[in-house]
Design a protein around this ligand. Structure first.
Ligand code: SF4
Length: 383
């Protein structure tokens, strides 16, 4: 769950360009904190910068995962005209980059359901200052989309996969989809150069925790970097309970008992995973040096390092995965606001940010308090 900037290739800062009303040409935004002045670093109330942006491109999904969009409910999806257009997304992304963002990840819903997604990837990849452009997918459509996405400028892909067993995987994804197409999608991504492919595995005790070692072994053998994720209380639909959480430490212990590991240092303060690498030497196992991680968002929350903003498919800015109230950027965007005005809205919101939901949850758990807070659903905010 989070550098440097450079000059505008056209020699025009966001501040200068913002004197012009209406959208900037997609993909031409200036990098750097130019809009606020270099002397004025953008940090929130807890001193955290704005480095990463997750953009949800659609709220629909072709799965009904038990921990996100359970199949036994009805969902109201946004009408097409409520979704941000590619031009609107690219314009906002350029403004975020101008405020310090250098990593962008596309999410959903299921992002590969958004028509012509490579066109958006191309627009985002051309923004000066975007150093990392990634996408998270359930992998259903990845086999045919990997190559065009890579050709458009996508750098990395993360696939979600909770089980290697068809019956269990089909039950978790809610629509009976088998595992093999997902593995073929991963192979297609590797062939397209989107390596290393990361695989996110949400671990639920009593659901798939008995597969932790199998998943590590098989996906590691396939050169995938696996990220095991503690089962979280995202949204309100997943029937979360502490008893279903297998701690990241225990996950790592289970893997290490079968596949020897050594810890890796964190690359950046905002790295969210307990990172290890395999020592190798296991027949048919992961190669030496391949990374494997576990994300301890419940047992060891990392809000203090959280530098991530989220943009929903309808154009709301959320400053925490667990927030319920977003800042509407679509209205000013469609109402003719200048870049400078929108940039100011984003910066003001970030400066007022004090989110630390996971740390507060940990404090509530420690004190035995059970106060439920309103939260946005994961398929809306993009995980
Ligand atoms: S709970 Fe919110 S503030 Fe804390 S790490 Fe997660 S997204 Fe960031």
């Amino acid at each position: 769950m989070h550098d440097p900037t450079s000059d505008d290739p056209e020699g025009m800062t966001i501040r200068e360009r913002s004197q012009h009303s209406g959208p900037a040409p997609a993909g031409t935004a200036s990098a750097g904190r130019s809009g606020l002045g270099a002397e004025e670093p953008l940090v929130d109330r807890l001193g955290r910068g704005l480095d990463d942006l997750r953009i949800s491109v659609i709220d629909r999904c072709n799965y009904r995962c038990t921990f996100c969009m359970p199949a036994d409910r009805d969902y109201q999806f946004l009408p097409r005209e409520e979704l941000l257009t590619f031009e609107e997304i690219a314009r906002l992304a350029g403004l975020f980059v101008g405020l310090g963002v250098h990593k962008i990840r596309l999410t959903g819903g299921e992002p590969l359901l958004r028509k012509d997604l490579p066109a958006l990837v191309e627009m985002l990849a051309s923004i000066d200052g975007v150093e990392d452009l990634a996408l998270t997918t359930n992998g259903v459509l990845l086999e045919r989309m990997a190559e065009p996405l890579a050709a458009a400028g996508l750098r990395r892909v993360t696939v979600s996969l909770e089980s290697l067993r068809d019956d269990r995987y089909g039950a978790i994804n809610g629509v009976g989809h088998p595992v093999a197409p997902i593995l073929r999608g991963i192979e297609a991504a590797q062939r397209a150069g989107l390596e290393p492919v990361k695989v996110n595995v949400v671990v639920q005790r009593g659901v798939n925790d008995d597969e932790v070692v199998d998943l590590a072994r098989e996906l590691g053998r396939r050169r995938c970097v696996v990220r095991f994720i503690e089962f979280m209380d995202v949204g309100t639909l997943n029937d979360w309970g502490e008893a279903k959480v297998l701690s990241a430490r225990e996950i790592v212990q289970r893997v290490a008992a079968e596949l020897p590991l050594t810890p890796r240092a964190r690359r950046r303060a905002s790295d969210t995973a307990l990172r290890h690498e395999y020592l190798g030497g296991t027949p048919d196992g992961p190669p030496a040096g391949l990374e494997v991680g576990a994300i301890a968002s419940i047992t060891e929350p990392f809000c203090g390092d959280c530098t991530r903003a989220r943009l929903t498919s309808e154009g709301a800015l959320h400053t925490c995965l667990f927030s319920h109230a977003g800042l509407d950027l679509k209205a000013p965007l469609r109402g003719g606001a200048t870049d400078a005005q929108i940039e100011r809205l984003i910066a003001d919101r970030w400066r007022r940010r004090a989110d630390r939901y996971s740390e507060e949850r940990a404090e509530r758990m420690a004190s035995g308090s059970r106060v439920a807070e309103p939260k946005i659903e994961m398929y809306r905010i993009g995980g």
